[in-house]
Design a binder for this molecule. Structure first.
Ligand code: PGA
Length: 253
């Protein structure tokens, strides 16, 4: 099977001010020094920084994405951001359905699917997050939850080029806990088989990221698991050195 080009995406969440440009610039520097890195690398800063980052990084291979978008194109939705606005600011992708959105804002898979469709309409790649809570895991529901979220959140027209899936167990986000490599292998294989079943060859080529407490110290092991095609990184993406410590597992040799 063709080797999928991994994606290492950093989700800055509600962190970052204009001074954080220094970290983006430093990360871009690592990428230009290591053009042989066999992965795409992306930062998803808060919306306020997208334009600054995208403009400043236009000569770099470092990609810029958003963290959420509204399902509608425009309108009376105070405080929300449309996918087209993210694209206009220079983003090429957007995270949708992150567990913090699902929890803090009560987002359903139906809404996530509408957001992913809006992202596609605006020409953005959608990074669709799925993952079980600790309670669901303890009751043995992980695979069911992941299947249900995936089926509900994938929009029509999803392809390997416009969609990435991120498996993020909620209990592993920001906790320092991670599933075992065997658990990750089982869940990613399950997602792969669901994608194959729904989308055929496009599903076989779609990247599946692992997210949840990825750090420089565990990245090589987690990224080495079958069907793990990169990482979605929160806390460890805020510092360029740490984030590079993760992305650099994809240096050849
Ligand atoms: P974490 O967050 O790396 O800080 O655990 C991951 C995420 O929420 O995407």
């Amino acid at each position: 099977m063709k080797q999928l080009r991994p994606l290492v995406a950093g989700n800055w969440k509600m962190n970052g001010l204009q001074a954080s440009w220094d970290e983006a610039e430093r990360l871009a520097g690592f990428l230009s020094e290591h053009a042989s890195l066999a992965a795409d690398v992306m930062l998803c800063p808060p919306s306020t920084l997208i334009s600054q980052f995208a403009t400043g990084l236009s000569d770099s291979s470092l990609l810029v994405g958003g963290q959420d978008c509204h399902p509608e194109v425009s309108g009376a939705h105070t405080g929300d951001i449309a996918a087209e606005m993210l694209a206009d600011a220079g983003a090429t992708a957007v995270i949708v359905g992150h567990s913090e959105r699902r929890t803090d804002h009560g987002e359903t898979s139906e809404l996530v699917r509408a957001k992913a469709a809006a992202a596609h309409w605006a020409g953005l790649m959608a990074i669709i997050c799925v993952g079980e809570t600790e309670t669901e895991r303890k009751s043995g529901e992980t695979l069911n939850i992941v299947s249900t979220q995936l089926a509900g959140s994938l929009p029509d027209g999803a392809t390997a080029a416009n969609t990435v899936i991120a498996y993020e167990p909620v209990w592993a986000i920001g906790t320092g806990l991670t599933p075992t490599p065997d658990d990750v292998a089982e869940i990613h294989a399950h997602i792969r088989s669901e994608l194959n079943g729904k989308l055929g060859e496009e599903g076989a080529q779609m990247r599946i990221l692992y997210g949840g407490s990825v750090k420089p110290g565990n990245a090589a092991e987690l990224m080495g698991v079958a069907n793990v095609n990169g990482a979605l990184v929160g806390g460890a993406s805020l510092k360029a050195d740490d984030f590079w410590g993760i992305a650099s597992v994809y240096l050849p040799g």
